[in-house]
Design a protein around this ligand. Structure first.
Ligand code: UDP
Ligand code: MG
Length: 315
């Protein structure tokens, strides 16, 4: 973070229909901030996104294009951009224009009032159908699950230099940016806005990807699932103990106990289910431990396209 200006960071994956609009709207919004840099991360797009970005970067010394060596996913691409930002203030946003660039001055105004982190929080949501239901459910569930207080924000927001450096220090692999941003603390302020519709194209995060991100959010920020299975285990064991004693007492007193196949079957399936769920939950943590222990880089940059450091290869 060398300069005192602003870096705008956005990940892009197969967004050929809207990169140019994104760029123009960003430029327009940054009109009064000559000291800016735009870092657009091409997350292994297979369409013309990179081509368009390269052309734009050749015309604009303030545009830096990072090309990742393959598709690493939204969170990794965003992180790559934050790491590459050269200015003190970092503004993070999705590249599909659901986060309106016109809000950037408002973010900066909040920062000027003394906030180190500004979170743009959507007042409304444009998604419909299953996606919408999933988003709403996820955020309600996540709020309940999380061990640290959390809000239903997305990528959009501002990081002051100190906050950005702390985000970079957090080297965990299953990254969930809004959670990390909450975790670092500092003076955080919230800016409400209406989330726009995607300008063009389809969402690039498939439902499976979104679910994975949801899982990362829960398991990276909460120990509750582990504790819940423990609790459920205790309750069921307690219940079975009382049940067993009751049966024994009935037997001893020669009261006819029905040859309960139903009871046995239910108990077996129920307990089997609980055990599998607990194992699965433990698995979620273990695979994250495994992931962390491999300590692979979060992303690989195959090329950085900018007029200052022309087309250097990095790793
Ligand atoms: N994105 C990315 N890599 C991916 C998937 C998405 O860089 O593997 C980018 C995408 O181009 C967009 C942003 O991340 O700029 C958010 O993605 P999307 O709009 O598909 O997600 P949603 O709005 O459904 O969360
Ligand atoms: Mg989107």
């Amino acid at each position: 973070m060398a300069g005192n200006g602003i870096s705008i960071v956005a990940p892009l994956y197969n967004e050929e229909n809207l990169v140019e609009t994104l760029y123009l709207r960003l430029k327009n919004a940054l009109h009064h901030y000559p000291d800016h840099e735009i870092v657009l991360v091409n997350d292994g797009s297979s369409d013309k996104t990179l081509e368009i970005l390269t052309r734009l970067a050749q015309q604009d010394p303030r545009l830096v294009v990072l090309e990742l060596s393959r598709n690493f996913g939204h969170q990794a691409a965003l992180f790559a951009g934050i790491c590459a930002a050269s200015q003190e203030t970092v503004i993070t946003m999705d590249g599909d224009l659901q986060d309106p660039p016109e809000l950037i001055p408002a973010l900066l105004a909040e920062q000027a009032k003394g906030a180190e982190v500004v979170i743009a929080m959507r007042r409304s949501r444009q998604e419909r159908g299953l996606r919408r239901v999933l988003f709403e459910l996820f955020h309600a569930f996540f709020r309940w699950m999380s061990d640290t207080p959390i809000n239903s924000s997305g990528t959009f927001g501002l990081l002051g230099g100190r906050a950005a450096r702390q985000i970079i220090r957090l080297q965990e692999h299953s990254r969930y940016f809004p959670g990390l941003r909450n975790w670092i603390g500092f003076r955080q302020s919230i800016l409400w806005y209406d989330r726009d519709e995607r300008v063009a194209g389809k969402p690039k995060q498939s439902i499976t990807r979104l679910l994975k991100m949801g899982f990362d959010a829960v398991f990276s920020f909460s120990y509750k699932p582990l504790r819940v299975s423990w609790l459920v285990g205790m309750v069921i064991s307690g219940f079975s103990f009382v049940y067993g004693i009751t049966l024994l007492v009935l037997r001893i007193n020669n009261i006819n106990v029905i040859s309960g196949f139903t009871t046995v079957a239910t108990a077996v399936f129920f307990l089997g289910g609980i055990q599998l769920i607990s194992l699965g939950m433990m698995g979620e943590y273990i695979l994250r431990i495994y992931d962390e222990s491999k300590n692979r880089p979060h992303f690989i940059i195959s090329r950085k396209i900018s007029q200052t450091g022309e087309e250097q290869n990095e790793s």
